[in-house]
Design a binder for this molecule. Sequence first.
Ligand SMILES: Cc1cc2nc3c(=O)[nH]c(=O)nc-3n(C[C@H](O)[C@H](O)[C@H](O)COP(=O)(O)O)c2cc1C
Length: 348
Amino acid sequence: MSTQFIDDLVAAAVRAPSADNSQPFQLQWDGRALQIRHAVRHPEYNVFGPDSHATLLSIGTLVETLQQLLTANGVTATLQWGSPDGQPYATLVPDSLPAAFTPVSAVLQRHTNRQPYRRDALVPEVLAATGTLAEGGNRITLLQDGPGRKRLVDAVLRSAEARFCNRRLHEWLIGSLRRTPAEVASGDGLDVATLGLPPGGAMLLDFIANWRRMEFLNGLGAYKLLARSEIALIAQAPVLLCLTGPSSSEGVLAAGQLLARVWMQLNQHGVAVHPYYVVTDQVSRLHDGTLAAGFEDTIRAVEGDLARQLGLAPGERLQMILRLGYPRKPVAALSRRLPLAELFRKTA
Ligand SMILES: Cc1cc2nc3c(=O)[nH]c(=O)nc-3n(C[C@H](O)[C@H](O)[C@H](O)COP(=O)(O)O)c2cc1C
């Protein structure tokens, strides 16, 4: 089989999105099968373990991206999921491989756009096509106007307040920032040029980087101000997308597949996409006991509101919120990826 094809396939597939661009995966090729395994990145500040919701969602996006690349290249492949908590997460076995890899624009062009969007509504055909996508019990709800949409923005506000009071999440964000050209070239984390920060935003991040100082400022209400700035754009977006579905590991992996599918489709239609993971994450933290102290009642109320509003059955959850709209301008910088040697290993 063509090794060059596999090299090119993996180089394109790692464009899949992951939480804070952490790339928590390694692909392994043994000459017959491509395994997707967990990779530990930055254990000094990482908050997402191998079976965390954020990691499983990211693995799902990678599987979807690989499948779309293979299909577009005319390759049929068998997908085997691993055991829910074990490794590898998944294995793809292609039937045969062509000599040359054809790049796929939907994969290469998908990106996060954190800039303000135009206010005009999305083309109805695009909305209709988006709303019908589903995978493994996961579905999509689109909120445009009305009280439901307002309540969702309020859920983001309350969750962001809890998030800015959480020491480990603060250290994860600060650790993930990449400012200098050398840091950006390292290929992971959040290049500050992709964050769409207002003037002075990078300096503010520097100022609050130290947790002691942040804690002191939070005592004066800084977390409320920061949470308010967090909802400024989502409160104005023409459409909010909620991805909901089963809480099981299989359900979250499938949610990741659907996330990548809808994201690529929207970007191909010229619609900008900006994920807001904070609500999902705070609800996870409520259940695993890693919420900032004192926010339990707030986040329990957020979870209950969402369940009612989004019609969640027992065993279902919010997997992701996306802000959608037509971009005012293209993104200034695309985020990088780690060197392929850190993401890919060949054993044959
Ligand atoms: C599970 C998950 C959670 C994410 N959460 C957020 C978020 O809360 N805010 C945000 O701006 N981007 C979020 N992102 C987007 C990632 O930061 C982004 O995909 C990554 O930095 C790579 O950039 P790219 O999408 O432009 O390729 C999330 C992505 C995933 C897969």
